[in-house]
Design a protein around this ligand. Sequence first.
Ligand code: SF4
Length: 167
Amino acid sequence: MSFLKKISYTDLAMGKSQNKFFSQGLKFQCQGSGKCCVSRGEYGFVYMTQDDRKKMAEVLKMTPSAFTRKYCEKTGGIWHLKANPDGPECLFLNPKNQCEVYNGRPVQCRTWPFWPENMNTRAWRRDVVRFCPGVGQGKVTSPQKIQKTLEEQEAAEAELFGPSSLK
Ligand code: SF4
């Protein structure tokens, strides 16, 4: 699952510098609400790295170029999934709130909610806890696992938005 994403260079920098926020780990277990796969306000895009496009194409048994032509577009020079013409839901969210391309879902979907901009108390309480019913559920995710997830997300963002986005 993912939380459709916005670009915020300021928040990215803030998340990077405050990663002691999760030194005790954080509780999170997806509840399958599908909320994170619905565009809302400034959170509007599922960004797609080159590898994301390749993996999703594989799951859909398409070539990366055919997949990109059919399902992706660029805004500000950055690839993301096309908007769903029928509503704010992601093109791949089915009526049961399940991802139709789960095994090939992009990095930002796999790493939610451990995104750089969320790794501080203010954003966690303001954006994440209020929005996502999975926060506070299940077992504690260890700081090591959060760090690894965060690094995966940071690498994707560096590819998409440029390395300077994380400084
Ligand atoms: S690709 Fe799948 S997990 Fe990601 S936003 Fe779309 S439906 Fe949700």
